[in-house]
Write a new protein. Structure first.
Length: 631
């Protein structure tokens, strides 16, 4: 049996992209940090890579990055961290470190395991996870039912009505099957919200509550209320009957008392709540329908921004579910704008890598090309890696394109009778070519913005990369013993308590000191070489170190100079810290590249915490000299 340092589980509401992208991010982060890991995925095709009890037992810690319930009770006794799936994508390394230092997850043995929650999960997180669990199980019913209803329209909008001339028996059958499946939306939503927090008994009571609210007109909102009401009722019943010992009454409680009393109490409350909930539903739908006629531009902007805010997350799902509810009521306009706004972002990433290929890595370009396919089938999640890279810049860029696509769709009164499928359902769209055009326009606008942003950041990252590579990695293959820095370091080339005011002052001091110690013949030429190197990119490193270097015909031989400054100075260092230690290299013009090997080995020394600490403590030239000699 294979043993893993870490195990975990991922899952999202749609179970299409977030689930597996979080898995990949966690696996890469674990490999980088030197840990082995196994991630169980909860996608639309079911549970894959399932964890065994032995694998869980052998692991040091558990990471659950999921928007749906993945059964946390099996992780009792292990260090556990539970977060939304988005954090698995954005903060995989932080999650691994957090899990390894997390408190042990313990359950209250006096209560049913369904009532116990992870001691490091907030109430808000549990509410969010349970809601997404309901949405996740509901969506396949919405898609299956909606598409079948849409297909029935091939024979005419009224093809299911026996009294209409368009009536077709096969179309009527499709419509009936689709409508029945769509009508399961509310019961399934309520059932799986309750199941996430109160397991099997919650499922039964939540399902009943969902049917009751559906029949009473409570709809989607009523199903949410019914699901959480079912949880509260089940928990209260568990507490009420806690005195009855499980060994004698477990069957009676789980098969009879909890379901019967739970359905009775929850159903009665929902029966009376249906009237106000139905009124709220009708009011919200009327308000949204009003936007379609009076302010389609404003509606398009709102829908576009919501759909591009989190790419399959709760804000996106709020817009999508609203569209499906209106779709079930025969409103095909609202869903058209939602679909346009969801399709545009992944297409935009494809246009972005085409417009500015130099600004993207090979893997990013590949992902962008694949997103042409994903976006065309209404899968928005492919845009997540691009949004996560520079979220404060890229997400608004996505929002602009989605809003444009949605606004144009509403202005031209396009209808889409299917809740999913992307361009696959084009035969059902009333103005298919125009709809595709609006989506492509929105995607191109976002793509152009993304390409500009990526180019801007690529230039910044190229400067940092050139600094790091010229200082550290140009000669990583060198043998450290062949180019020991101490070989070019002399005791009289080390000075402490050097009083300089800024970087230019320090460079001038170095040039004059080189001439003074007969290492160079012309201080002005050496200084000019130092400054030219700094213009190419700062030699300020991290932890208060700078490694300036000069190459000139005025330099006699390779040498290293070390200065410990009396007070720290600004040097545009990589970590923003001021510099208090300067390690400089003097390079003859005919030195070829051997100086880079000395420089590289010195930079490697500065990655060791013990060496840095010793160098910081050294206060005399002799201490510094012997430290380098010993190393």
């Amino acid at each position: 049996m294979a043993k893993y340092d870490l195990v975990g589980a991922t899952g999202c509401a749609t179970g299409v992209a977030h689930t597996f992208m979080a898995q990949e991010a966690l696996e890469k982060a674990a490999q980088k940090l030197g840990y082995t890991i196994k991630i169980e995925t909860h996608g639309q095709t079911g549970v894959e890579n399932r964890l065994t009890s032995d694998e869980i037992e052998a692991a040091q810690a558990v990471i659950v990055a999921s928007d749906i319930d993945v059964g946390t009770e099996r992780f009792a006794g292990k260090k556990l961290v539970v977060v939304p799936v988005a954090k698995g994508l954005k903060e995989p390394e932080e999650l691994i470190n957090k899990a390894l230092n997390a408190p042990v997850y313990r359950q209250d043995k006096k209560l049913q395991s369904t009532e116990a929650v992870a001691n490091n999960q907030t109430i808000g997180n549990k509410l969010y996870t349970s809601l997404m669990n309901g949405v996740s199980h509901m969506l396949p019913f919405v898609v299956a039912g909606g598409v079948l209803i849409a297909i029935s329209f091939f024979w005419g909008i009224n093809s299911a009505d026996p009294k209409n001339s368009e009536y077709n028996q096969f179309a009527a059958m499709l419509n009936t099957v689709g409508s029945t499946t769509m009508n399961l939306m509310a019961p399934v939503l309520g059932a799986y919200i309750a199941e996430a927090l109160a397991q099997r008994t919650g499922f039964v009571v939540g399902l009943a509550a969902g049917f009751i609210t559906f029949n009473g007109g409570g709809g989607f909102l009523g199903a949410i209320v019914g699901g959480y009401l079912a949880v509260i009722v089940v928990w209260l019943l568990q507490k009420l009957f806690q005195p009855l010992p499980d060994d004698k009454f477990r069957g009676l409680k789980s098969i009879f008392l909890f379901p019967v009393l739970g359905v009775l109490i929850t159903g009665a409350i929902m029966y009376w709540l249906n009237t106000p909930i139905k009124a709220i539903n009708l009011g919200l739908m009327s308000w949204l329908k009003g936007f379609e006629n009076t302010s389609p531009v404003l509606l398009g902007i709102i829908v576009g921004m919501m759909c591009a805010a989190d790419f399959g997350g709760p804000i996106n799902k709020a817009a999508y579910v609203t569209g499906t509810v209106l779709l079930a009521q025969g409103n095909y306009y609202f869903m058209a704008g939602v679909s346009a706004a969801c399709i545009a972002p992944p297409l935009a990433t494809g246009f972005a890598v085409l417009m500015n290929p130099k600004a993207y890595t090979k893997s990013e370009k590949t992902a962008g090309y694949v997103n042409f396919l994903l976006g065309s089938t209404h899968i928005t999640e492919g845009a997540i890696p691009f949004a996560a890279k520079h979220p404060l810049w890229n997400i608004p860029a996505f929002m602009v394109g989605s809003a444009v696509a949605s606004v144009l769709t509403y202005l031209t009164r396009i209808t889409v009778p299917a809740p999913h499928g992307g361009f696959i359902v084009l035969p059902l769209v009333n103005k298919p070519f125009l709809w595709v055009l609006w989506i492509v326009i929105g995607a191109i606008i976002s793509g152009a913005l993304l390409a500009l942003i990526a180019g801007r950041f690529a230039k910044k990252e190229a400067v940092v990369s050139s600094n790091e590579s010229s200082i550290i990695t140009e000669t990583a293959q060198a043998n450290p013993e062949d180019h020991d820095p101490s070989k070019i370091l002399a005791l009289n080339n080390i000075q402490v308590d050097v009083d300089v005011n800024d970087r230019d002052d320090a460079l001038k001091y170095l040039a004059d000191f080189a001439v003074q110690n007969n290492l160079a013949t012309d201080a002005a030429k050496v200084l000019a070489s130092y400054k030219q190197r700094e213009q190419e990119g700062s030699t300020g490193m991290t932890e208060g170190f700078a490694i300036p270097h000069a190459q000139s015909a005025a330099i006699n031989k390779s040498a290293m100079i070390i200065l410990k400054l009396k007070k720290p100075i600004d040097w545009q260092s990589l970590d923003g810290q001021k510099i208090d230690t300067v390690i400089s290299f003097l390079i003859p013009e005919v030195d070829s590249n051997s100086h880079l090997k000395y420089l590289s080995n010195t930079a490697k020394l500065l990655t060791h915490e013990d060496f840095i600490a010793s160098l910081k403590k050294a206060n005399t030239p002799e201490e510094i000299y012997h430290l380098f000699k010993n190393e």
